[in-house]
Structures are given as C-alpha cells and as structure tokens.
Design a protein around this ligand. Structure first.
Ligand code: UD1
Length: 340
C-alpha cells in the first residue's frame, strides 16, 4: 500500500481527494496549516471512509519544519500538492504573500523530493494559465498567456519550476489544470468552507439561498455570449478528486509519456452564470435573489475545457451533472447552517 502525502489535505479539493485515495486503497498523510480549513474535516473524511488519515499540522513556508517532516516520514511514494493561497483579489492586494505562500512552499517540497527520492508529484494548476482563450474548447497545447493576477502567475511559475526540475532530476510530475470546482461530497460530511464573504459563484449562491446574503450580484450581462453572462466549466469536486487518483496511478506505474505532463480537468461543457442561477432555482425549487451589476475586473469572458487528453490518456471522465453538483452544494450549505 503506497503512502501518499497530501498537502492542504483538509481544504476543499484536498479533502475530497483524500477520500478518493483512501477508497482506492492508498494510505494518506495530510499536512495542513489550518489557515483556511478546520480539524473537523478529519472527522468527515473518517466518517466517509472508515479510516482516519494521518495528520501533521505543519507550516510549509518553514523550511525546517518541512525537513523534519520528511525525516519522520521516510516511506512516502508520492505527493499531491494542494496547499496554496487561491483568492485572486487578495493576490492583487498582497502579491508578496502569494509568491511566498505558493512558490517557497513548492520549492521546499521539491528539494525534499530530490533529497528523499520521492519521484511522483501532482500539482494543482488552473485553467487560469490560459487567460482569455483564442478558441474553445481549450486544449493543453493552447498557449499560456500572461497572468492577470499574482495568483495566476504563481500557477504559471510553479508549472515552470516543476518542469525545470523534472528535466534534471528523477522527478515525474503531472499538473492538473482545474476548471471551476463546485459541489460537495454526497454524504454531506465534507464540502467547501469559504472564509468570510465568498468570492466564488456557487458558495455565494448557496449563502444567498440560505439567507446569509441578501442577493447575488451577477457580474455583467453584456458580454459576447448567448445570454451576455460569462461562461465557465463547472466540475463536481468528487470527479475532480478522482482525476488525482488516476494521475497518481499513472505516475506510480511509470506510464507517463514524459516526465512532465499537463491535463485539463473539466467537464467540457460551458455554462453561463445565468444558466447556473436557473439550474440552481430548478433543483432547489426556489427563487434566488439576484441582480445584474457591472463586470468584475479581470474576468475572462468564456472558458471551458477540451477534455480529450484526460479522457484518452488518463482514462478519466467527469460523470456528474450540473444538477448533481448544485444539489450537493445546496445540501452541504443547509447542513453547515444546521438547517438539515
Ligand atoms: C477564479 C480563477 C481561478 C481560481 C478560482 C478560485 C481566473 C480566470 N479564474 O475562477 O483560477 O482557481 O477563481 O478562486 O482568475 N460571479 C458572479 N457573481 C459572484 C461571483 C462570481 O457573477 O458573486 C461570476 C464571475 O464573474 C464568473 C463566474 O461567476 O463569471 C465564476 O466566478 P468564480 O467562481 O469567482 O470563478 P472564476 O473567476 O472563474
């Protein structure tokens, strides 16, 4: 049984991935600094899988802490690196924090990979590396465009750091470029726990529906899309989590075509903000308060994935529908507000 280190394993995507790894027979050790997560998540994971993952509270920005972690755990076969800051607006306000959090931590981990001969590394990347696409759906050979935020830049630079490392060490890595993850585990044991006012669409919708926010602002209805609102590829977080398991199997089985590979992880379907609002109203059978406001600075108009490479090479495909995803987000929101 291989032991996998999951950094940021108590976070939104991390926790769902830990569940899928444990369900597939892997032993998992989580490290997390609890900056945007809670110890309660360990209970949720344990309830779903009947197995408590190993956990170390650790600050990845502290090189000495990282070194002592790897002295303690000498049997790690692979790493899935989620731990990072992810708020686009905050990264514009505080770029140095983002470069420190997202790049130093990666460098310390890769140094330990080299030292300890841990050669299998999965990185959480983002469709943000494509910027505004020239054509849709977007595939992995589309150019990486100048990032519009320090957050986006950390994803681009991280991919480069990993690729450069792969070319001179034994490291093999897969960068998964996520589209927009939404939804929660069907058990409602784990889900997204945004701090403060949510910046992302779905938690803002569910918090509005539950009465925590007065109304949703739809950022623009005058874009060059069929209904004027922006289009994204919303993928259920459990489907996304499963992609990490197949990617890890590919690395551990030495099946890669090269030492550094990238895959789009999305559904291949684009949905507009207004379509999401309508779908949410339909599955929850209630009206959502919303108003159209100005465009949000930095938003791309439309982006959705060409998933052919992930489908054919990884043998992975998203399975859940938009309705499944929204319903699970809604159930989760009701549960954490003690309404259900
Ligand atoms: C952004 C980043 C993505 C990052 C993600 C996580 C870009 C291009 N994308 O995704 O890389 O991983 O954040 O934080 O930088 N919307 C509203 N009202 C709201 C909130 C959102 O209308 O209150 C709209 C947005 O304008 C957008 C869509 O909903 O069209 C999705 O927004 P959001 O959930 O914030 O994700 P992205 O901006 O696509």
């Amino acid at each position: 049984m291989s032991k996998i280190l999951v950094t940021g394993g108590l976070g939104y995507i991390g926790s769902h991935t830990v569940v899928e790894l444990q369900n597939s027979g892997y032993e998992v050790v989580i490290i997390d600094n609890l900056s945007n997560s809670s110890l309660e998540v360990i209970k949720g994971i344990t309830n779903i899988t009947n197995k408590k993952p190993l956990f170390e509270k650790l600050e990845l920005r502290n090189k000495l802490e990282v070194e002592s972690f790897f002295k303690k755990y000498q049997d790690i076969s692979g790493i899935i690196h989620f731990a990072a800051s992810k708020a686009v607006g905050e990264s514009v306000e505080n770029p140095l924090l983002y470069y420190e959090n997202n790049l130093n931590t990666l460098i310390y981990l890769l140094q330990e990979c080299k030292k300890n001969e841990i050669n299998n590394f999965i990185f959480s990347s983002s469709c943000t590396v494509y910027g505004e696409p020239d054509s849709l759906p977007i595939n992995e050979s589309a150019p990486v465009k100048k990032a519009t935020s320090p957050y986006g830049n950390t994803k681009q630079i991280s991919e480069e750091i990993i690729q450069d490392t792969c070319s001179v060490t034994n490291l093999k890595s897969i960068a998964l470029r996520y589209f927009n993850p939404i939804g929660a585990h069907d058990s409602t044991e784990i889900g997204e726990l945004p701090l403060g006012v949510p910046q992302n669409l779905i938690p803002f919708i569910t918090q509005t529906a539950v009465g925590l926010r007065e109304e949703l602002s739809v950022f623009g209805d005058d874009y060059s899309t069929p209904d004027g609102s922006c289009i994204r590829d919303y993928i259920h977080v459990v489907d996304l989590a499963k992609a990490h398991v197949v990617a890890m199997q590919r690395l551990l089985g030495n099946e890669g075509d090269s030492n550094f590979e990238v895959f789009n992880i999305g559904t291949g379907r684009g949905s507009s903000v207004l379509e999401v609002v309508k779908a949410f109203e339909k599955v929850t059978e209630q009206k959502l308060n919303y108003k159209i406001v100005d465009r949000r600075a930095g938003d791309v108009i439309s982006v959705y994935a060409d998933t052919k490479k992930a489908n054919e090479v990884l043998g992975w495909k998203s399975e859940k529908s938009m309705e499944d995803s929204l319903l699970s987000s809604w159930r989760w929101e009701q549960k954490i507000r003690n309404l259900k």
